[in-house]
Design a protein around this ligand. Structure first.
Ligand SMILES: Nc1ncnc2c1ncn2[C@@H]1O[C@H](COP(=O)(O)OP(=O)(O)OP(=O)(O)O)[C@@H](O)[C@H]1O
Ligand SMILES: [Mg+2]
Length: 154
């Protein structure tokens, strides 16, 4: 591991843009391209939004917190950003069903059911761990490609 950052945030919508900007700023030491940075921001935004709109939706727990944990690594000369977003909310009964494109437990007029699909598409590796009533953790790894960088900066 080269560097790490741990953030604890209240699960309120005001913190969604802060969380995505904080992770993007942290990722800058890996020298990502603009498109990689945009992928990271979008994925974090979807993960944090899920904590806010799903995890604590019907929860009386006053401690509605999100733990955001990031690390930079270098694996075989390739920079990696590891992101973990955890909540202690309602959890997900069936994770593989929840990960299907267009699956949503809220009204389809409200939500598209595309959050997990977007996170997966924008990450190099993606994993969801959840326990009903205990909470959910989303783990993402974004590899930062040297090729993409030089192309974009050319
Ligand atoms: N952190 C979480 N806690 C509890 N349930 C969750 C959590 N994240 C996702 N879910 C469940 O998984 C479903 C799918 O999530 P996904 O992000 O793919 O779609 P969505 O949030 O419903 O819609 P969209 O993200 O497009 O607005 C959600 O509808 C919800 O039931
Ligand atoms: Mg979502």
């Amino acid at each position: 591991m080269k560097n790490y950052m741990n953030l604890e945030l209240l699960a309120i919508s005001e913190n969604e843009s802060f969380a995505r900007s904080a992770v993007a700023a942290f990722a800058l030491t890996l020298n990502p391209s603009l498109s990689e940075l945009s992928d990271i921001k979008t994925a974090v935004s979807e993960a944090v939004t899920n904590c806010i709109v799903h995890a604590y939706k019907s929860n009386k727990n006053p401690e509605n917190k999100i733990l955001l944990s990031c690390q930079t690594h270098e694996v075989d000369g390739v920079g990696e950003l590891h992101i973990q977003v955890s909540d202690y909310g309602c959890g997900i009964e069936n994770v593989s069903e929840a990960m299907q494109p267009f699956f949503t437990t809220l009204s389809p007029s409200e939500r598209a059911g595309m959050g997990f699909t977007i996170m997966q598409a924008f990450s190099s590796e993606f994993l969801v761990e959840s326990e009903k009533g205990k909470g959910t953790t989303v783990k993402m790894i974004k590899r930062i490609s040297e090729g993409g960088k030089s192309e974009e900066n050319a």
